[in-house]
Each structure stands twice: as structure tokens, then as C-alpha cells.
Design a protein around this ligand. Structure first.
Ligand code: SAH
Length: 375
């Protein structure tokens, strides 16, 4: 790193005195990067070269950026590609094809991401907030409250880090690209709307603007913040929406997903239906199966009623998630026979239903447990 006066301080301070994550080129559109370069007194094309390194070549070592003058390299890198997070540890499962990484952010907040490699795709599960304010009682992240929103670049960097490790051959199966991103790590993505939309743009814009992924490969999962779902629908980026419903009736959902007292089952499902109508993307209803709580046959029937009341034009499918019990949890996963009956009832009503695989369960994949227990 250089001491040049033109390089940015690593940490900028918000009015309220809280430090913000370092500004990174992934926070900015390509045009904004060019403007930023000009503000720093640097030629605009340098911003483009750095963007190509970051999004296209996935290079993070300044020594490999040989098209940049050696004397300016450190300055350029510290202005545009500051370090955003450091890996604390990586846990592997499924013979290395599932990898969960615990990251420390600049302010010591901990978040996690999970890479899952399948024969036909690679999915990165990313965090959008450090902690979460939604307080769902069965979710490990929900127990610790919200620490802060993540920046666009902090979200994107999780995907780029996964892409780099695939490129370096660290994941068995040969070189590959990240094909899917799911916002199902820590946090409520629609409560950090601006940064998440920025991240979706960076993921889907072609290089050197972004990673050039298909929007269809990106899934934003939400507790059901209705105004934000509507806003997302109107952005014209056809990402897949997942609604974490977990119960078809307000009485139970008020308990399992407390935000339901603000946005009811019917309001959340209406918004999801509207999302499907506007974007022509099938919505996924997430339903964590909890033994004796939400897995009764009558609730399967009620769920079908609630979904089909909005029409049966294939706007929705249901994804059942076997509950991953958190330490000391009052809840456990459903009996497999009850799960099968639940699936059967939904399918009998013509609702496509899948049961999520439990990849990475032994490394507490996707439920915030690693970050929650600290180091
Ligand atoms: N805030 C977003 C993303 C949360 S994580 C949302 O609520 O959709 C993605 C999914 O995992 C959500 O459906 C969430 O309810 C579910 N989940 C959280 N904890 C879980 C657990 N212990 N077992 C199974 N699914 C869980």
C-alpha cells in the first residue's frame, strides 16, 4: 500500500460516526468508476483495466496486473480494490464440493458464504447483512439481531471469492464458473434493498461492468417485505424471488416469521403473485418443515388453497426445507413420512414441490451457526 495523498483512506466515516466499509469498484457502476478515477486524477481507462481484472480475470494479486504501471499499481489497487474481508476459516463437506467460509469484515463483523458445486451448476449462497433483524425464532442468525447492512461490494466479493477458488481449482471437478447466486445466507436482503440491488446489477452486468451472470440464476429470498417486493418487481431485473412463508395461516406465521404481524400471509402471497405476474418468473415458496408445528396434512391443504386462490397458471412452486435445528432449538425436522404426505398433498393439487437437499448440514450450511458461534 502506498502513502500517496491520492489514495483513499481505508475507512470512511458516516455522519453518525459509524465507519463504513471501504469503497470498492464493485460498489459503483462502470460509469461511476470512470468518474471516480477522474476525481482521483487518474486516467479513466485505469478504472476499466481494474474492472477487467476484478470481474473478468478474477485477479486479486496486484503483481499480476502487469498492464498497470508498476509505480501506480498499489495506489490504483488501494483506491479501487481495497481489501473488504478476510477469510477466518473454511469448512468443507461433500468431498470438498460444499465449502463454507467465515469472513471477517473491516469492522470485525462476521458473515458467511457457502459454495455448493453440483454436476451441472455451482451455487453461491451469500450474506447480505451482518446478523439479521427479522428475529425468526428457528433461525440461528435471527437470534443475534442485526449488526449492520453489508455494502454492495461486500456482497459481490463473496461471489468473486467463490469464483476465484473455482478458477484456482480448489473445488474438485475442474475449473468452473459460478452459475447461481442465492441470497440465503445471513440477513434479510430486502431490508438492505439498495446494496442488494446494486449487487444484483454487478452480478448480472457483462464484464468489465460486472460478472455477466444470468439474472435467472440469481434468487433473492425474503421474509416478505411487501413494498420491497413490489419495488423489486418494477426494476425489470428478472431475478427469482423466494418467499419464506413457513406457514399458510397468520396465527402460526406470526410466531415463526414475526414480520408477519406487519405483512400478513395474504399480503405477502399477493406480492409474490404480483412479482410472478410482472417478471414472468416462477416464485419459490420456502417452507421449513418443523415436526408437529407446520407439517400437518391440513396445513398442506391450506397452503395449496392459499397459493391456488391466486390462480393456477404455474406462477409458484414450493420448496420444502428440512429444518436444520439450531442449538437448543424447540423445533426439530419433520418425520420423513409426514414430509412425504405434505409433498403428496401439494402435488395432488398440481403445485410443483421440491424438497431441498441438506447439503452442508454437518458444517451448518446456510443457517448462520458458524458466525453465531464465533471463532
Ligand atoms: N431473510 C431471508 C433469507 C434467510 S435464509 C429469508 O427469510 O428468506 C434462507 C432460508 O433459510 C429462509 O427461508 C429461512 O427461513 C430458512 N432458514 C433459516 N433458518 C433455518 C433453519 N434452521 N432450518 C431450515 N431453514 C432455515
Amino acid at each position: 500500500m502506498t502513502d500517496s495523498p491520492r489514495s483513499l483512506p481505508l475507512v470512511m466515516v458516516e455522519p453518525r460516526g459509524r465507519a463504513k466499509p471501504p469503497r470498492h469498484l464493485a460498489d459503483l457502476s462502470l460509469e461511476e468508476r470512470l468518474v471516480y478515477a477522474a476525481e482521483l486524477g487518474l486516467p479513466a481507462y485505469r478504472a476499466k483495466q481494474l474492472s477487467t481484472h476484478y470481474f473478468d480475470r478474477l485477479v486479486d494479486d496486484p503483481a499480476e496486473m502487469t498492464d498497470l504501471p508498476a509505480t501506480q499499481r498499489d495506489e490504483l489497487v488501494s483506491a479501487f480494490l481495497p481489501e473488504l474481508m478476510t477469510p477466518i476459516r473454511t469448512l468443507e463437506a461433500d468431498r470438498g464440493t460444499t465449502r463454507k467460509t467465515l469472513w471477517r469484515l473491516f469492522d470485525n463483523a462476521l458473515v458467511e458464504s457457502v459454495l455448493m458445486r453440483y454436476p451441472d451448476r455451482v451455487t453461491m449462497c451469500v450474506s447480505s447483512q451482518a446478523g439479521c433483524g427479522m428475529a425468526c425464532p428457528f433461525c440461528a442468525t435471527g437470534q443475534g439481531g442485526l449488526q449492520r447492512n453489508m455494502s454492495t461490494a461486500e456482497i459481490v466479493e463473496q461471489v468473486v471469492a467463490g469464483a476465484r477458488s473455482l478458477g484456482r481449482g480448489e473445488v474438485p471437478g475442474g475449473p468452473a464458473r459460478v452459475s447461481n447466486v442465492v441470497f440465503m445466507g445471513m440477513g434479510e436482503p430486502l431490508a438492505n434493498f439498495k446494496a442488494v440491488v446494486g449487487a444484483v446489477r454487478r452480478l448480472t452486468e457483462p464484464a468489465p461492468s460486472g460478472l455477466g451472470m444470468s439474472a435467472r440464476g440469481v434468487t433473492v429470498s425474503t421474509v416478505g417485505l411487501v413494498p420491497r417486493i413490489n419495488q423489486l418487481a418494477n426494476l425489470g431485473i428478472p431475478v427469482t424471488l423466494a418467499l419464506s412463508l413457513h406457514a399458510p395461516d397468520d396465527e402460526l406465521r406470526n410466531e415463526l416469521v414475526p414480520i408477519n404481524t406487519r405483512f400478513s400471509v395474504s399480503e405477502a402471497v399477493d406480492a409474490a403473485w404480483g412479482y410472478a405476474r410482472v417478471t414472468k418468473r416462477r416464485v419459490s415458496i420456502e417452507y421449513a418443515m418443523m415436526r408437529g408445528i407446520n407439517d400437518q396434512p391440513w396445513r398442506a391443504d391450506l397452503l395449496a388453497d392459499v397459493l391456488l386462490a391466486r390462480g393456477d397458471w404455474g406462477w409458484v412452486h414450493v420448496n420444502l426445507i428440512p429444518l436444520n435445528p439450531t442449538p437448543g432449538s424447540r423445533w426439530t425436522a419433520s418425520d420423513p413420512a409426514d414430509e412425504r404426505e405434505f409433498v403428496r398433498r401439494l402435488e395432488a393439487r398440481g403445485i410443483p414441490t421440491t424438497v431441498r437437499d441438506t447439503r452442508g448440514r454437518e458444517i451448518d450450511g446456510a443457517c448462520g451457526q458458524l458466525a453465531a458461534t464465533g471463532e
